[in-house]
Every structure is written in C-alpha cells, then in structure tokens.
Design a protein around this ligand. Structure first.
Ligand SMILES: Nc1ncnc2c1ncn2[C@@H]1O[C@H](COP(=O)(O)OP(=O)(O)OP(=O)(O)O)[C@@H](O)[C@H]1O
Ligand SMILES: [Mg+2]
Length: 309
C-alpha cells in the first residue's frame, strides 16, 4: 500500500534527507499500530513539514509523492473512503491576497477542506510575511493557517516550501508556526553526478538513450552552469534535455530511413555547448574540490546547529 509512490521516491537520485524522514514516520506509524494492539498508549505524530532548498531541487516532486504515500498507507486520514484521487492543493500568496479582508480566510478554509485526505502545499510561504504586502490581512491568513493545521492535523499535511533564510523568518512570524512545523527537510543543490543520474532517468523514461560522449558534454555543461545565477538544478537538466531532443529530431530527420537506434540515441551532436564556456579538466576538478569542501563545511555547521533552522 502506498508502495508505488514510495518506490518512485526511493529511486529518485539524491533526496536523502526526505527519504530518511519518510522512513521514520512510516516506522513510527507501524509501531504505534503494534503498540495499540498490545494495549499500550500511542501518540499521534505531527506530519507538517517545511521544505527548504533552491529552485529545482525536487521539493514539489517530493511533496506530491510523500502525500500520496502517507494517504494510501492511512497515515493521513481521509474523509472519503475508496480510491478517490489524493488531493494536492497549492496555496500561493497571490491567490488569497487579492481577496477582501475576511474573504482571504474563507479562501484558505476552502483550500484546507479540499485538501482533506491529502496535502496543502504552500509554495514561497514567506510571501505571507513580505514587507510589501498587506500586513494585517496576511497576519490573519497565517493565523487561520495555524488554526487549520491544528484542527485538521489528522487529515491534512501542510508542506511549506521556500529558501532557507526566508523560511526561518516565516516560522518566526507567528508563535504557533514553528512548533507545528516540527519537521524541516533541506533539499540541497544536486551534485553534477546526481544530475547525470537524473538525466539518465529522465531520458530512459522518454525512451531515449544518451551515449558516453553526450553524457560527458552534459556533465561539462552542468559544471560550468551550476554556479551561475538562475541555475535550476533538475529543472535545468530537464530543459537541456528537451533542447537536445529537439536537436536530435532535426538531425535524425536528415537520415533517409532512420533505425530504432538512430531514433533512440542522443550523441555529442545533440547538445549545445557554448565554445567559450567549456571548462578545462583542471577547472572542473577545482570546482569539484570546492564543492566537497563546501559540503563538508555545511555538514559541520549542521552538527553545530543541530535542530535549528
Ligand atoms: N531527484 C530527481 N530525480 C528526477 N527528477 C527530478 C528530481 N528532482 C527534481 N526533478 C525534476 O526536476 C523538475 C523540478 O523539480 P521540482 O518542481 O520538484 O523542484 P522544486 O524544488 O519544487 O523547484 P521550485 O523551488 O522552483 O518550485 C521536475 O521536472 C522534477 O520532476
Ligand atoms: Mg516547486
């Protein structure tokens, strides 16, 4: 039960932290049921989560899969019985702030109702505390969210996503928020090897096969782009691959009777590499070393600030 979504999450490259949290929640649920059978006391667990991380690190993807798995396994209770679709309801600041005062809270309530048995996903949650917006009404909306998180905690899992620093400010904006979002999961930027694995999965899902040279050039391109502004991790990988698939179509259309192989393979001719941007092997190694040092630093910092966002 819930196995498909869990398997999908399990095979996604990276995402170690969320996989670990999901495992803990599932085991807690299993053990609680066993304890109940033996007449021992049980406690409910808070499922609400904060996901932090840069664009394209898989937050929305993971939120959908986790919600689906928890709903099917019965960790999230559903008001409807049977195999109805598991709700995944997104709340954006813009959806609710255009409303008149009072209507915004009603809109939030409606969204939570629709989400019963599934997930409320609040993307860029810190928009609710942004200085530019209408403070009073935003405070009320956040208060309504806190209340609904509590009232519907067995049926609705709230996942709030955004960048780390801003999410810290969001959690501090209302005294009820931090204690209700007991799980914070960070989605780190993908490493180049992770992104190559992601590319391989994306291509095999679409029945394409990259050859060695293609993957080598893709890795070079990712090394040179990953530190630039606007880099979108797995989303950038997807965009590059979509461009490559179009280039392959143009190339293959020149072949009189293309074979199955011709139609499947992506080669070095199918990836655009701006000449001046190719890094030398030495530069790539230097970047890899920097990345390892950065990651070590992050891990040390995490040990020091364990538990704090
Ligand atoms: N580990 C992964 N394996 C395969 N595909 C992935 C993985 N992570 C992300 N993707 C893909 O990358 C794209 C972007 O992912 P997603 O939308 O989940 O990122 P996000 O963190 O929500 O980004 P944003 O902060 O911009 O909303 C999607 O097409 C998703 O399927
Ligand atoms: Mg997203």
């Amino acid at each position: 039960m819930g196995v498909k979504a869990l398997q999908q999450l399990g095979v996604l490259p990276g995402m170690l932290e969320i996989k670990k949290q999901v495992e803990q929640i599932i085991q807690f649920h299993r053990v609680s049921k066993l304890r109940a059978q033996k007449g021992l006391k049980t406690q409910s667990q808070s499922l609400h989560m904060v996901f932090t991380g840069s664009p394209g690190t898989g937050k929305t993807t993971a939120a959908r899969l986790v919600g689906e798995a928890f709903a099917i396994m019965g960790i999230l209770k559903s008001p409807q019985k049977g195999n109805s679709k598991i709700p995944f309801i997104e709340i954006h600041h813009a959806d609710v702030t255009s409303k008149f005062v009072g209507d915004a809270e009603k809109a939030i309530k409606k969204k939570f109702n629709e989400a019963r048995g599934g997930v409320v996903f609040i993307d860029e949650a810190y928009a609710f505390i942004d200085g530019d917006s209408n403070h009073k009404s935003d405070d009320k909306v956040v208060a309504a969210i806190v209340q609904l998180m509590e009232d519907l905690r067995e049926e609705v899992m709230v996942i709030a996503a955004g960048y780390s620093a801003e999410m810290g400010k969001f959690l501090d904006s209302n005294p009820g928020l931090r204690s209700r979002f007991s799980n914070t999961v960070h989605f780190p930027d993908y490493s180049v090897p992770d992104m190559i694995r992601i590319a391989q999965t994306m291509l095999s899902d679409r029945d394409y096969r990259p050859d060695h040279e293609f993957l080598d050039l893709l890795a070079k391109r990712l090394w040179s782009e990953k530190d630039k502004n606007g880099f979108g991790n797995a989303r950038t990988v997807r965009n590059i691959l979509e461009q490559s698939i179009r280039m392959q179509s143009v190339r293959v259309s020149q072949i009189p009777s293309p074979t199955r192989e011709d139609l499947s393979f992506l080669t070095k001719l199918d990836i655009q590499i701006p000449e001046q941007e190719i890094l030398s092997e030495k530069e790539i190694l230097q970047k890899a070393m920097q990345q390892i040092q950065g990651r070590l630093f992050e891990l040390e910092l995490k040990e020091l600030t364990a538990g704090k966002l």
